[in-house]
Design a protein around this ligand. Structure first.
Ligand code: ADP
Length: 391
């Protein structure tokens, strides 16, 4: 069965088509600058990458061109062959603890959750509606970033603020990157050959989050009510003292909105280094002797170690620690520093094995008390798998 995995943003649409259950990638690509001048799309097929300019007034234009390209390139003979489309959905609130077939009722609930994800949920809905209109015969499935974290207990997801904020306004930890944490934890359990495991999954990309997973179920995660919680990130601050905001607003005259923007876009590695949010630039800066890059990296690593230590205690130990996403998969130096900071837990890094990027690798020695792995994430495959299962 051919299954499309889709991630619709406000001005973009990323897709990957799989033959399921074989998990074979048939074609992938990205539509960019939808509704903006200079729109274009890229398609990767048979190892070749084609980029074309096109008028993309809305997501429907993107889906229409996508279907034409699939037919013209003989990936499919007719639209009926696309049986199902899985959509990455950012926020399912506490309504969805697993993936669902999209119905009018689901769309209404996702719309009601827009205040919790004002940028993402509307874009996800636009993506669904474009497929509903352009390929009416296909079944649409929603795979929520928050769903995997719905097993977190009340004592872990509540903030110590007035309980009425939770009851009246839904203020609580939701967590994000759930599809990725779920995917790498499944892969890890496959490698270990059992599911009664204690895992700490570290999704460290431009955004980053860490989860504690007990017997396949998430029991805590570092992101919170919004993605700007937990570890330090590329440009997000992560955990901070909330009462500093009033002080900074008084001092600077900035509005709450402006401060929030700084906390999301001008903090983290970028805010401390003053150089970049990209860890490659930070590592380059360190080599060139930039002290602020060195400080940013030290803070970045420290916060990851803090969360791993916290989840080690919560889980009562750990069978494995997994690194994934852009930094987790690719930064040899970052992983080395984190694992060296975990020596007290009996973690023994295998320096030679760690000298790798983007491939599944065990990066600790056989006598390490906790096995650490790099497992490349594949959210698209996870979405296709969930979709195939439901359809
Ligand atoms: P996003 O959160 O946007 O999905 P990604 O998971 O794609 O982010 O991660 C992107 C980040 O990965 C980059 O900003 C960069 O910091 C990091 N990265 C990618 N390649 C490398 C590398 N070779 N060395 C260090 N960091 C890398």
């Amino acid at each position: 069965m051919k299954v499309l995995s889709v991630n619709a943003g406000s001005s973009s649409l990323k897709f990957k088509m799989f033959e399921m259950p074989e998990e074979k990638v048939l074609v992938s690509g990205l539509f960019e600058r939808i509704g903006i001048a200079g729109s274009c799309y890229t398609i990767k097929l048979n190892g070749e990458k084609i980029t074309k300019e096109a008028v993309l007034n809305d997501h429907k234009d993107a889906v229409r061109i996508l279907t034409l390209e699939l037919i013209n390139n003989h990936v499919i003979d007719s639209l009926d062959e696309i049986k199902a489309v899985g959509h990455r959905m950012v926020h399912g609130g506490d309504v969805y603890s697993s993936s669902v077939v999209i119905t009018e009722d689901v769309k209404r609930k996702v719309r009601e959750l827009i205040p919790l994800a004002p940028l993402h949920n509307p874009a996800n809905l636009v993506g669904i509606e474009a497929f509903e209109q352009e390929i009416p015969s296909c079944v649409n499935v929603g795979v929520f970033d928050t769903a995997f974290h719905q097993t977190i207990s009340e004592e872990a997801y509540l903030y110590s603020v007035p309980y009425s904020w939770y009851k009246d306004y839904g203020v609580r930890k939701y967590g994000f990157h759930g599809t990725s944490h779920q995917y790498v934890s499944w892969q890890m359990n496959k490698i270990l050959g059992r599911s009664d495991t204690k895992l700490i999954t570290c999704h460290i990309g431009n955004g980053g989050s860490i989860s504690a997973i007990l017997n396949g179920k998430c029991i805590d995660t570092s992101m919170g009510f919004t993605p700007n919680a937990g570890i330090m990130m590329g440009s997000r601050c992560g955990d901070i003292d909330a009462s500093m905001l009033g002080y900074v607003m008084d001092k600077t005259g900035l509005s709450m909105k402006e401060v929030d923007n700084i906390l999301n876009k001008e903090s983290g590695l970028l805010g401390i280094s003053g150089v970049s949010s990209d860890s490659r630039d930070i590592e380059k800066g360190i080599k060139e002797g930039n002290e602020r890059c060195l400080l940013a990296q030290k803070m970045y690593v420290r916060r990851v170690i803090d969360y791993i230590a916290k989840y080690y205690v919560l889980l009562g130990g750990a069978d494995a620690i997994i690194f994934t996403a852009g930094v987790g998969e690719n930064s040899i130096e970052f992983r080395k520093q984190v694992l060296e900071g975990l020596k007290v837990l009996g973690v023994e890094i295998d320096l030679e094995a760690n000298n790798t990027r983007g491939v599944l690798t065990k990066i600790t020695t056989d006598d390490s008390k906790i096995a650490c792995y790099v497992i490349p994430t594949d959210e698209e495959l996870m979405i296709a798998t969930e979709t195939y299962k439901l359809v």
